[in-house]
Design a protein around this ligand. Structure first.
Ligand SMILES: [Zn+2]
Length: 621
């Protein structure tokens, strides 16, 4: 068996200069391992040095610079012209609310290098290593793999398709549209897992002796670990479907999705395990519905509005005033920041001169939009007020933190003497289960976080309220049986995910959240206006969330404006399931508009745990 051995070579990689390990496959092809990354480099008959990139991800570019980079032809532009092809557009089009982000896009073309797009059936360096290219989409949409036959052994360089013992580096990068009706990008929970499975099966059919992924250890038992990973991906999806809210929204799409993921083309709806639907109820007469808007009408015809879908809500309120249903709007409560719940809010408050309320955890994303990179975030900014409990005419209104559909989410409890209370939960649950389909919404999996927190909150409410999701017309009820069902399913998913991520085992602290939280480390603001710098280098906040059960420390690695690698242990002992914020001054000069500032945050204790962070400098928008 070939083994890595340590070379005292200078390795200009993520963590600055350090030791690299080297696995020499033949005289012309070598794998350098540095800080969990495997960099495959070689040289051809013309002695030109080259590197094999399976996908565009920025971390693949670590390593000693070479003269030529091979990459799948459909991802070539991300490396050849990342500013023009991606970042410029990203900033100009304000794509800060995208429904499925793309991690680790490079920020610059490697200097003095040639970028060559490759495709299936290409054979690279035919006189020497004879490297075959195959298309293997998965962690990115157009990734490729390469294989070589050396000394009778077949080695596949498979990028981020697999890690170690049948694992994956994260789940959030698999968010995508699904090839079944009505499952778009936003609702496509781990949809590209289907591509991962197909690509792994394709690699298995090559009968490889060894896999060398982009990260982690060399895999000497390919068939076994591929089967393990496919089994785990299917188990996660089966668990996800069990309590999915989408059975309510897209009932016709879920069985095809189950068929695709399970690999069983003839599976019937009654063979798919799922929570029995919750009981439905009628709305009380004082509770009006219009699109995602709900309106509480008091006996004196004052109105309290919950969420606004946009101009149509404003027009509907005018109509209710004109026909005498309501006489005024005295307040607006926003359940969450998504554009379909905050449309034209400034115009409504201008007209009715009423306050905007929300849960205090959501205030920042409504007031400082450019600090955040979250799906469906609205482009408006407005000031909000917060309350815990408020008497409003004959109603008692209580605002709750409710990190359901997204982390920044509230819910409004409405109690009226002698009636069953109503709990308006935004988009967090439907009668069939949980709205956890968008991995970029940050659903934390811990016991006191995310959906488990929300379910325990509902369980403790006395009397049991009727639940209202604004995309679901009838109120519904989660009884003890359904709450237990969902709690058990979520805990079961956490167990499966703990086997899927290399950093989430019990010994390492159960950090499952790192694999489903696309921004466990982030720079704030996400978009920095050049005008606000006033001639000073930027000072940005770097925020790290520790999803493990034990304290962890984190390095930040970045390239300073003198081109030198920097590395600093900026976060010491971030508490379990807690956050730490540090000031971060990555540059000593004022960056020009169009600059993308990036860094890598990596865990000091767990080498497989790292994430890229970024912020853009542009003109005021
Ligand atoms: Zn919504």
């Amino acid at each position: 068996m070939l083994r890595f051995f340590t070379l005292c070579c200078l390795f200009a990689a993520l963590g600055g200069l350090s030791l690299a390990e080297e696995l020499r496959l033949n005289d012309y092809l070598t794998v350098f391992q540095h800080s969990d990354h495997n960099i495959v480099q070689g040289h051809g008959t013309d002695e030109k040095t080259y590197q094999l990139l399976c996908d565009f991800r920025r971390d693949n570019l670590a390593g000693t610079p070479v003269e030529l980079y091979y990459i799948g032809k459909n991802e070539e532009q991300y490396v050849a012209d990342p500013l023009g092809f991606y970042w410029k557009q990203h900033a100009e089009k304000g794509r800060f609310s995208e429904e499925a982000g793309i991690s680790l896009i490079p920020v610059a073309k490697p200097e003095n290098a040639q970028i060559v797009g490759v495709a299936e059936r290409d054979i690279l360096v035919p006189q020497r290593s004879r490297i075959h290219v195959i298309d293997t989409p998965g962690m990115t949409r157009n990734s490729v793999s390469y294989y070589v036959d050396i000394d009778g052994k077949r080695t596949v360089f498979c990028g981020n398709l697999i890690y170690g013992d049948g694992q994956l580096v994260n789940l959030y990068d698999l968010q995508d549209a699904m090839p079944v009706p009505n499952v778009g990008l936003y609702h496509g929970y781990m949809a590209r897992g289907l591509k991962v499975i197909a690509s792994l099966e394709k690699i298995k059919a090559l009968k490889p002796d060894r896999l060398i992924p982009a990260r982690g250890p060399v895999i000497e038992n390919p068939n076994e670990v591929i089967d393990k990973l496919i089994g785990r991906l299917r188990a996660v999806y089966e668990n996800y479907l069990d309590t999915s809210a989408l059975w309510w929204y897209f009932p016709d799409s879920m069985t095809p999705a189950a068929r695709l993921f399970s690999g069983k083309a003839d599976i019937q709806p009654d063979e798919i395990r799922r929570m029995p639907q919750a009981k439905l109820y009628e709305k009380p007469p004082w509770f009006l519905e219009f699109a995602t808007t709900r309106i509480i009408v008091s006996e004196n015809k004052s109105a309290f509005v919950i969420d606004s879908v946009g101009k149509a809500t404003a027009e509907h309120l005018d109509k209710l005033i004109a026909d005498g249903t309501i006489c005024s709007v005295e307040g607006i409560y926003i359940t969450h920041y998504h554009w379909d719940h905050t449309g034209v809010i400034p115009a409504i408050v201008e007209k009715f001169q009423c306050p905007i309320y929300c849960d205090e955890n959501m205030g920042p994303i409504l007031e400082y939009r450019d600090n955040f990179h979250m799906p469906c975030r609205d482009s408006q900014e407005f000031k909000t007020q917060h309350f815990q409990t408020m008497k409003w005419h004959e109603f008692t209104l209580t605002s709750h933190f409710f990190p359901g559909q997204t982390l920044y989410h509230g819910a409004l409890h409405i109690a009226k003497e002698g009636e069953r209370p109503i709990f308006v939960i935004g988009d967090s649950f439907t009668p069939t289960g949980i709205d956890d389909y968008c991995l970029w919404n940050r659903n934390f999996p811990g016991d006191d976080e995310g959906y488990l927190f929300c379910l325990e909150k509902i369980r403790k409410m006395e009397p049991q309220p009727l639940l209202v999701n604004q995309h679901v017309s009838p109120p519904f009820e989660f009884d003890e049986e359904r709450i237990n069902y969902m709690v058990n399913a979520l805990k079961e998913r956490r167990k499966i995910l703990a086997t899927l991520f290399p950093y989430a085992s019990p010994e390492l602290g159960n950090g499952v959240g790192f694999g489903v939280d696309s921004i466990w480390a982030r720079l704030e603001p996400y978009y920095l206006s050049w005008e606000s710098l006033k001639g000073e280098p930027p000072e940005i906040r770097l925020i790290v969330r520790n999803h493990a059960d034990k304290p962890l420390s984190f390095f930040v690695d970045w390239i300073a404006d003198d081109g030198k690698q920097q590395s600093e242990l900026l976060f010491r002992d971030v508490p379990p399931h807690g956050e730490q914020t540090q000031k971060f001054r990555p540059l000593s000069r004022v960056p020009q508009p169009g600059t993308v500032i990036t860094a890598v945050v990596r865990c000091s204790e767990i080498p497989s745990l790292e994430i890229g962070v970024e912020t853009m400098v542009g003109h005021s928008r």
